[in-house]
Design a protein around this ligand. Structure first.
Ligand SMILES: [Zn+2]
Length: 394
C-alpha cells in the first residue's frame, strides 16, 4: 500500500481514475495493490468509471500461458471540453477531447471592443458549428475554458483593470456560455493559459516564462511545475513596466514609456506606418511580412523592440531563473530579429548563472497555445478526483 496509511479514507472512484489517467495502474489487480481496496470495491468503482465513459477497457495480448488481462485506459473520447481564447483583435474557439487535443477550431474575426455580449454571443454560434464538425454534438461537454487578455478575477469569472478591453470590466462572463452549454467554466488570463499549454508541450521543463507579444505584451510564469498567478492574478503583467531611455510616449495606464507602448505589435504598426503611404502598414501581419521581406526599417525596429522586451525579461530571468523563455503571439512570425534583440539585452543584464543554459525559443504550439491552454485549464479542474467523484455521484 504505497503512499497510503491505514488511517486514510478508502480510495474513491476519482482517485482510481487518476491512477489510470497517470498510467500508475492499468489493471484491477494493480489498482487493488495501489489502493488496498478489496476486489469487489475496485470492481464497483471501476464499473462507475466505465459507465461514465472516463475509462475504457482494452483486452490485451495474453501473457505466456496466462489469461488475457483487461487493461483500463483513460478514454480521451469520453467527452469534450470547449475552449474560447478571447483576443483584442480576434478570438479563437475550439472543441477538444479530454487530453486537450483539438478536434475542431475556428477564428472569430471580431475585435473585443464590440463588447462581451456580442463577442461571446458569436462565439456560442461558432462553438455550436464546431461541435457538429467534431461529430460529438452537445452531449458529453464536461467543461469550458475561457481566456481573456489582462488581469482576471478567476473566482468571479470577470476581468479587472484591462484598458485594452473597454466594456468588459467586471462583467460576469461564464453565464453567457452556460446559458447555452451547461458545464463548469474556468476563466484565466490569456498568457497564463498559453503557459499551461507550453508547459504540457515541454514535459521536461518545470520552470518556464511564456511571453506573448501581439497587440499587447504579457507573460505567464510556470515555476516548480506550477502556474504562478500571484496574489491577485496579476503575476506576469509586464506590459506596463516602463523601460529606460524611451522617447517619452504616454501610456493608457498613466505611466510613460511602458513596454507595451514601445515594443508591442501595436507599437510596431504605429512606428512602421509613420512615413509610409496611408494603409501600407496597418496590422501586425503587415509588420511580420515586411520583416520576412527583409525590409531594413522593419528588421531594425523589431530588433529594438526585442531589446526593450529583453530589458524587462532580464530582471524576470534573474528573479525566477527559468529554463525556457517561450515566445508566442502574432509577432512571433518575426522571431529572428525579435529574439536577437531579446538575447542581446538578457545576456547583458542577467547573471551568467541564470543564462548559461537558458533557452529562448518560439512556442511549440504556434497559434494554438491559447485554445489548447484553455482546454488544459478546465481539464485540470473537471478531471480532478474530487470533480470526478462529484460527477459520478450526481
Ligand atoms: Zn502602461
Amino acid at each position: 500500500m504505497r503512499g497510503r496509511t491505514p488511517t486514510s479514507a478508502p480510495a474513491t472512484a476519482g482517485e482510481i481514475f487518476r491512477l489510470v489517467r497517470d498510467g500508475v495502474a492499468g489493471t484491477r489487480t494493480e489498482i487493488g495493490r495501489e489502493t488496498g481496496l478489496s476486489r469487489t470495491a475496485v470492481a464497483a468503482r471501476v464499473g462507475r468509471l466505465l459507465a461514465d465513459g472516463l475509462v475504457t477497457e482494452v483486452i490485451g495480448a495474453a501473457a505466456t500461458g496466462g489469461r488475457p488481462a483487461a487493461r483500463l485506459e483513460f478514454n480521451a473520447a469520453g467527452g469534450t471540453v470547449l475552449a474560447l481564447s478571447i483576443g483584442v483583435s480576434r478570438s479563437k474557439a475550439a472543441v477538444c477531447d479530454l487530453t486537450g487535443t483539438v478536434l475542431a477550431e475556428d477564428v472569430i474575426d471580431l475585435p473585443a471592443a464590440v463588447g462581451p455580449h456580442r463577442l461571446i454571443g458569436d462565439a456560442v454560434t461558432v462553438l455550436e458549428k464546431l461541435l457538429l464538425d467534431a461529430g460529438t454534438g452537445d452531449t458529453g461537454i464536461r467543461g469550458i475554458g475561457l481566456s481573456i487578455p489582462g488581469t482576471v478575477d478567476a473566482a468571479r469569472g470577470w476581468s479587472v483593470g484591462v484598458p485594452s478591453l473597454p466594456g468588459w470590466e467586471r462583467i460576469p462572463l461564464p453565464p453567457m456560455l452556460t446559458e447555452r452549454f451547461p458545464a463548469p467554466v474556468r476563466v484565466d488570463n490569456d498568457v497564463n493559459v498559453m503557459a499551461l499549454a507550453e508547459q504540457a508541450a515541454h514535459p521536461d521543463v518545470d520552470d518556464l516564462l511564456m511571453v506573448k507579444i501581439g497587440s499587447g505584451v504579457g507573460a505567464g510564469l510556470v515555476s516548480g511545475g506550477a502556474l504562478q498567478r500571484g496574489a491577485w492574478g496579476a503575476a506576469g503583467e509586464i506590459g506596463h513596466i516602463p523601460v529606460h531611455d524611451g522617447p517619452g510616449i504616454g501610456c493608457g495606464c498613466g505611466n510613460v514609456d511602458c513596454l507595451e507602448v514601445l515594443a508591442s505589435g501595436r507599437a510596431l504598426v504605429r512606428d512602421l506606418a509613420a512615413g509610409r503611404p496611408e494603409g501600407a502598414v496597418s496590422t501586425i501581419a503587415d509588420v511580420v511580412a515586411l520583416v520576412k521581406q527583409g525590409d531594413p526599417d522593419a528588421v531594425r525596429l523589431v530588433r529594438i523592440a526585442g531589446r526593450r522586451l529583453g530589458e524587462v525579461l532580464a530582471a524576470a530571468v534573474n528573479l525566477v531563473n527559468p529554463a525556457l523563455v517561450a515566445i508566442g503571439g502574432d509577432l512571433v512570425g518575426a522571431f529572428d530579429p525579435l529574439v536577437a534583440g531579446v538575447r542581446e539585452a538578457i545576456y547583458r543584464r542577467s547573471m551568467a548563472t541564470a543564462t548559461q543554459s537558458l533557452r529562448i525559443e518560439p512556442g511549440l504550439l504556434h497559434g494554438r497555445s491559447g485554445v489548447i491552454g484553455c482546454a488544459i485549464l478546465v481539464l485540470d479542474e473537471v478531471l480532478s478526483p474530487a470533480s470526478v467523484d462529484a460527477t459520478l455521484s450526481s
